[in-house]
Design a protein around this ligand. Structure first.
Ligand code: IMP
Ligand code: MG
Length: 195
């Protein structure tokens, strides 16, 4: 028997598949596996950040769940903030310009740890790093739950990686398709279209 939980038509859940609009996603990383890995990442950060004055910066919307689960396991005196990356078309260049919004903390002299949900080509994290550097922290570290290794084009070293995944579209645990799926505890992968 399949249990369907459906809403106004956008999302149907039949474990272990999720349907959002016209797309079917299958279970890829179960919640327990994610939690275990997040715990390991927190342990690494706790060890590495001893004696530092860290500010954790989560990148919204996607990183909210990863940041919450990770930060619950971070010990000691730390600051936490969240930013959004706003895209707009540069007036002079005509190119897409990304601007960080929502950052109120003083970063000068701090160790910044950027928390991302997923890194794909690396363009977004490059833009974020460039702008964070402008606030003159002493050090910037990067942590991401997921890295699409084969799609990654940037030379920037990512310090903490939860899972390296293939170049496939995923949802859940903060990640969305058309705005849906962020609340799911597991990560799901878009099933290949059968032609
Ligand atoms: P990048 O700039 O190519 O590294 O892309 C990073 C951003 O693209 C992420 O912060 C996500 O918003 C989005 N993204 C990339 N891959 C996925 C995916 O598989 N599912 C959902 N969002 C994704
Ligand atoms: Mg993101």
């Amino acid at each position: 028997m399949q249990l369907f939980v459906s809403c106004a038509c956008h999302m149907q859940v039949s474990m272990p598949n999720i349907t959002i609009d016209d797309k079917v996603f299958s279970l890829y990383l179960p919640a327990e596996k994610i939690q275990h890995r997040v715990e390991t990442m927190a342990n690494m950060l706790n060890a590495d950040l001893k004696g530092h004055d860290p500010v954790f910066i989560g990148v919204l919307n996607g990183a909210f769940m990863f940041a919450a689960d990770l930060l619950k396991r971070i010990h000691g005196h730390v600051q936490v903030s969240f930013v959004k990356v706003a895209s707009y078309r540069g007036t002079s260049s005509g190119l897409d310009v990304k601007r960080l919004i929502g950052l109120n903390e003083v970063l000068k002299g701090k160790t910044v740890v950027i928390l991302e949900d997923i890194i794909d080509t690396g363009k977004t994290i490059e833009d974020i790093l460039y702008q964070i550097k402008g606030f003159r922290p002493v050090e910037i570290r990067t942590a991401t739950l997921l890295l699409k290794k084969d799609a990654y084009k940037s030379g920037i070293h990512i310090d903490y990686i939860g899972f390296e995944i293939p170049d496939r579209f995923v949802i859940g645990y903060g990640l969305d398709y058309n705005g849906y799926g962020r609340n799911l505890r597991n990560v799901y992968v878009l099933e290949d279209l059968k032609v």
